[in-house]
Unconditional design. Structure first.
Length: 219
């Protein structure tokens, strides 16, 4: 997603960021009523391996009621459509361009001494350390912070444009920009909700199933 790149480059707002993504993401509808927006997913038998903002999340098939292709923004040719539960085994879906994980957070952390060394300390049933879990949670929290900063910027821009329109200065360019900002604000709100659900619900459940102590995920 282009907007995120702008903030990682020092907070400078680049107008190329207003381009709509060419593809739609996938929405996982869960039995507990929540939803998850993912870039891509792979059917691994009893669970899905999904790529989301910040890294990789595994979702048990029993927790999923449906997988839908998310509706594209206005003007896009992509339409909402049902997706079967997963792809061919071992074959990932074509990644959606709405979000792009900066790194694969599912990969074990490698110490500074080199790939041949092994991190010391207790491990869960899958061989993951407390450091691995903490870094994974931190990746998702970092994305929430980035979306919050973008949301603050967009709210300020909407306020500025609306005040300008009240003064009678409301050119077509400002009207188009205001429309984009309002749509983007709704997207950001959904992204924050999805990521917060991952941090508070999905990751703790994944850690519990892996046998990781609850304290490993706390700040």
């Amino acid at each position: 997603m282009i907007w995120r790149g702008a903030f990682l480059l020092g907070g400078t707002v680049l107008w190329l960021a207003v381009s709509w993504p060419a593809e739609a993401a996938y929405v996982f509808h869960l039995r507990n009523g929540h939803r998850m927006v993912v870039d891509s997913y792979v059917d691994e038998g009893t669970r899905f391996r999904t790529t989301v903002t910040g890294g990789t999340v595994w979702v048990e098939k029993n927790d999923v009621t449906a997988i839908m292709e998310e509706e594209a923004p206005p003007g896009s040719k992509t339409k909402t459509s049902s997706k079967a539960k997963g792809t061919k085994k071992g074959k990932p879906d074509k990644p959606a361009e709405r979000w792009t994980a900066p790194t694969d957070a599912s990969a074990p952390a490698v110490p500074a001494g080199g790939a041949g060394q092994v991190l010391a300390g207790p491990r869960d049933n899958e061989g993951k350390t407390e450091q691995w879990w903490r870094e994974r949670v931190a990746n998702f929290r970092k994305k929430v912070d980035e979306f919050n900063r973008e949301q603050q910027f967009i709210n300020a821009e909407i306020d500025r444009i609306e005040k300008g329109s009240a003064a009678g200065a409301f050119p077509e360019e400002a009207r188009d920009r205001l429309g984009y900002y309002r749509i983007r604000r709704g997207e950001i709100g959904r992204n924050i909700e999805d990521l917060t659900h991952i941090v508070n619900v999905v990751l703790p459940e994944e850690a519990r199933r892996a046998g990781a102590p609850p304290g490993w995920l706390r700040e």
